[in-house]
Design a protein. Structure first.
Length: 416
């Protein structure tokens, strides 16, 4: 493995106008300078070679330590593509299939029932929840946003175990292990029939438990042994490793202060659960911050997928399995989080381009984002990869905080 996460390439030889590519850095610096984000780390690669990498800003707005290409970020839902790959590793080995019922591994999910506001009691589910449902956000499981008010009294103890009815600080202190939460979730009636409604994220904690049962390993160990170690993603894990604290920063939340939106720290590095533990939150969907990762490590993961499942001689999954992962697993289902023009694959969202004006990307481009402002995209047609990372929850609450869209636009406008 080279000193950089991927080999450095000549931008002009790889089909970029270097002057136009150079527009990315000052544009990202402007978002930091006007206080919309504390930092931005960006990386662009084409045909497996880096043509742009840039870091600006600071790790913590109360200090002056600069962010760098080795900065560690809470990836939140950017963990989901990794979960998709982990699932498909087990699929290739014959340990599971996407259409296996979750109940094959978690018996408490057999004979699920569905809340029906027109009936006195829940009705039987038409079919079981599958592993594919977990990956595509179509389980029908309830979440705090769609659970009926009647749940609050009828299932109070269960909802407290899930953390839905307890103050966040109190629940974090006594946070149950994922397996306990998954058992509790199975006690609730479904909010919709499996496969018929898009409900973001709620199936991923269930998937975490499935992966552990199917692999016989704790999730962090399975990810490390089968993805991170083979790919040389030495900085990636669910918790800080020894010596990493100086590269880990604060996470922020926009709040109105004196009539304007400002960044307020919500998680400081030294006191973060990622630093002090207890180390017991290993979630395939990104709960509690998900994976910690650098731009370079995530680029290696993304390049592996672009290469058809292999990088630097390490074969993680097969080429046709990658095609399956990024394919359309949700048909024409309406998905409010994505809007028209996208479908869900197995852990990623893919642009199909139908039903809306074209975007500045190729049909077939896939990727995903995380709650604290991280994002990545991969364009197989252009053999192109982009990674853009910061640490702001709800960054869009700040007016004109369009750094993700600007980054993508500036990458594509530089192609010639």
């Amino acid at each position: 493995m080279s000193q950089t996460p991927l080999p450095e390439g000549d931008a002009r030889a790889l089909g970029f106008d270097p002057d136009r590519l150079a527009r990315i850095a000052p544009a990202m610096e402007a978002f930091v300078a006007n206080g919309r984000v504390p930092n931005l780390v960006t990386l662009v690669a084409r045909r497996g070679q880096i043509v742009h990498q840039h870091a600006c800003g600071v790790l913590d707005l109360d200090e002056d330590a600069p962010a760098g290409m080795d900065t560690l970020f809470r990836m939140w839902s950017n963990t989901k593509p990794v979960a998709g790959v982990a699932t498909l590793i087990l699929y290739e080995r014959g340990a599971l299939t996407p259409d296996d019922p979750v109940a094959k591994f978690l018996p408490e999910y057999a004979d699920m029932r569905v809340h029906n506001p027109m009936e006195m009691a829940p009705v039987a589910a038409k079919r079981p929840i599958t592993i594919r449902d977990c990956l595509t956000n179509t389980t029908g499981l309830a979440d705090p946003g769609n659970a009926p008010m009647s749940y609050r009294q009828q299932y109070r103890e269960t909802l407290e175990t899930l953390g839905w009815l307890r103050p966040k600080e109190e629940w974090e202190e006594a946070r149950p292990h994922n397996r306990e939460r998954v058992r509790a979730l199975a006690q609730l009636p479904l909010a919709a029939q499996p496969g018929e409604h898009f409900g973001y994220h709620v199936g991923y904690p269930v998937l975490s438990a499935v992966l552990e049962e199917a692999s016989g390993q704790r999730l962090d160990a399975f990810f490390h042994d089968n993805i991170f170690a083979p790919l040389g993603m030495k900085d990636t894990g669910f918790y800080l490793q020894e010596g990493q604290l100086p590269r880990f920063g604060a996470s922020y939340l926009p709040r109105e202060v004196d009539g304007e939106m400002r960044l307020v720290a919500m998680d400081k590095a030294a006191t973060s659960e990622k630093t002090v533990g207890p180390q017991r939150v290993f979630s395939a969907g990104g709960d509690a911050g998900g994976l910690l990762c650098t731009a370079g490590d995530y680029a290696r993961f993304g390049q592996m997928l672009l290469n058809g499942g292999e990088l630097d001689g390490a074969r993680i999954i097969g080429r046709k399995t990658v095609e399956m992962m990024i394919g359309n697993h949700t048909g024409d289902m309406a998905m409010p989080k994505l809007g028209r023009g996208f479908h869900w694959g197995l852990g990623v969202a893919t642009y199909h381009g139908r039903g809306q004006p074209p975007l500045i990307r190729s049909v077939g481009t896939y990727g995903w984002s995380g709650a604290a402002g991280t994002t990545y995209f991969a364009d197989p047609a252009e053999e192109l990869l982009g990674v853009c990372l910061t640490q702001v929850m709800g960054a869009g609450l700040i007016p004109n905080n369009t750094y993700q869209a600007d980054f993508e636009r500036l990458v594509y406008q530089a192609l010639v």
